[in-house]
Design a protein around this ligand. Structure first.
Ligand code: IMO
Ligand code: MG
Length: 490
């Protein structure tokens, strides 16, 4: 039995990450779309996301669009919900790439109520959040400033672009908000400049997508009433949620099932099944902020913050691992003896780099080296609870740790007072001071060609079961390789 075993009778499924993002939501939604869903919708974030899908060895990455866009030709709908912040220039670029690859985007629908990321948001974002200057290390895509204007009720929505008068009025409000003591004539001057830029670079895109712009919430609710099968593709991860993450080291949307439902315009009660995606048995974080189980600790956080000089090519060169450049990116042997040797060193810096190389943990959006560490069950349980039931856990990238001598999972934190807790404190100051209490498991070897649960190594199965018991949700699927077909349904 295949995907039916995972989805059961569900009609609306949310695909969300129980960690800090980059867990394989793109693979899961691609799989759901290709085999099950009629409609796949995004409701949060924007082009800060990097969702990768590999089909027959071909790797495709989407940022603004859901991974479902690759199935447009098969009649599947892709929807960008009103909770997103959309950079129309990024969207146009992605649509162009789709067309160049000989694929279609005729079934893309975009909410007229989605907010826009405008050029000044990107300027503000890169100035304020640089990680090297102690900031959170955002993706630099303008997400925070766009959501800030939305919440301050001065944001620009997609529908405003089709109404020149309201656009001028809204832009005036936006400038007044950003520069409260600026005299009117300067405000008007700035609005003129913004309008000219928008007319030149953004309005032509808005015109070209006009036929796809709809009241997406209403359409989705109607599709759900008709019994259509819907996949909600989450972006980022619960630990990055503005509501439930390690604030202020978070993104600016609620990337949990509640935020996702709200962001596509449906009640959370419409969701029949939550797929909680967990990278396993290791995890990653990009950007600043606490990460209790990080291998190598704060030193490696600093190392990854200086991403220039520490990208994939640099780390391969330093490790003396050979590689080739290809249109699909850098190709190298993840099981190179040097990488395996590094993975099994006990000094944090070498092991951290070894794990990153082994699992190819470099940002799909920014190319930054991702911070890596052991699975944090305390954080995963918190995330799982926030995302609700019924829920199934989806373990991803389990093949990546093949060849490690051992791995660890943190089921508790030791607090500065000396006592231990199994509760996840979202306070970043406290999180920086906790010490994970680990259970160590023996390492394992696997090929990635396993297709039955019983074929998986015993130690991996034990660890997945332990995590599932601790979190209190069943295992739904294990992804044993990047390719869309490399799955075991449990
Ligand atoms: P996907 O969808 C991992 C991180 C950034 C930064 C913080 C805020 O691929 O899982 P932002 O640009 O959103 O204001 O940055 O959030 N971040 C992600 N980390 N995966 C993502 O998306 C992320 N999107 C944002 O690195 O720390
Ligand atoms: Mg990603």
């Amino acid at each position: 039995m295949g995907i039916e075993k995972l989805v059961g009778n569900a009609k609306v499924i949310a695909d969300v990450c129980l960690q800090f993002g980059d867990t394989g939501k793109g693979k899961v939604s691609g799989l759901l779309t290709s085999e099950w869903a009629d409609i796949t919708a995004r409701g949060t974030g924007g082009d800060n996301a990097g969702h990768t899908e590999v089909v027959d060895g071909v790797r495709r990455v989407s940022h603004v669009l859901p991974a479902s866009i690759f199935y447009d030709g098969a009649g599947k709908y892709s929807v960008l919900g009103q909770g997103m912040v959309i950079n129309l220039q990024s969207l146009a670029r992605e649509m162009e790439e789709i067309a160049k690859a000989g694929l279609s985007h005729g079934n893309l629908r975009i909410s007229d109520n989605a907010h826009l990321i405008l050029p000044h948001h990107i300027d503000l974002d890169s100035k304020n959040t640089s990680q090297a200057n102690g900031g959170i290390g955002s993706t630099g895509k303008g997400i925070g400033p766009a959501y800030a204007e939305k919440i301050a009720r001065v944001g620009v929505k997609l529908r405003h672009l089709y109404d020149p008068e309201s656009l001028q009025e809204i832009l005036t409000r936006t400038i007044r908000h950003n520069f409260p003591s600026m005299p009117d004539r300067f405000v008007n001057y700035m609005v003129g400049g913004y309008l000219a830029d928008i007319r030149k670079d953004i309005l032509p895109i808005a015109e070209s997508i006009r036929g796809k712009v709809i009241d997406a919430g209403s359409q989705l609710r109607s599709w759900i009433r008709e019994g259509k099968k819907v996949c909600l593709e989450g972006a980022q991860g619960t630990d990055l949620s503005i509501e439930h993450g390690t604030y202020p080291f978070v993104t600016s949307s609620d990337c949990t099932t509640n935020g996702l439902a709200s962001g596509v315009g449906i009640p959370a009660s419409s969701i029949d099944l939550v797929l909680g995606v967990v990278k396993f048995p290791f995890m990653s974080r990009v950007g600043g902020g606490p990460f209790p189980t990080e291998i190598g600790g704060v030193e490696m956080e600093k190392y990854c913050a200086k991403n220039e000089g520490n990208r994939l090519r640099d780390e391969l060169k330093r490790a003396r691992v050979s590689y080739q450049e290809s249109p699909q990116g850098i190709v190298y042997n993840h099981n190179d003896v040097q990488i395996l040797w590094m993975l099994n060193q006990r000094d944090g810096s070498t092991q951290n780099t070894g794990l990153r190389l082994k699992a190819n943990e470099y940002g799909a959006t920014t190319g930054r080296p991702r911070r890596v560490g052991w699975t944090d069950a305390v954080a995963a349980r918190h995330a799982s609870q926030v995302n609700g039931s019924p829920q199934k856990l989806v373990f991803t990238k389990v093949d990546c740790l093949s060849g490690a001598d051992e791995f660890k999972i943190a089921y508790a934190y030791r607090l500065p007072s000396g006592s231990t807790t199994e509760e996840f404190p979202t306070d970043p100051e406290l999180l920086r001071k906790v010490e994970p209490v680990y259970t160590t498991y023996p390492g394992y070897a696997m090929t990635g060609r396993e297709r039955e649960y019983d074929q998986l190594p015993k130690s991996l199965r034990k660890a997945m079961q332990d995590l599932s018991d601790f979190v209190g949700q069943p295992i739904g699927m294990v992804s044993v390789g990047a390719d869309r077909e490399a799955n075991i349904f449990v």
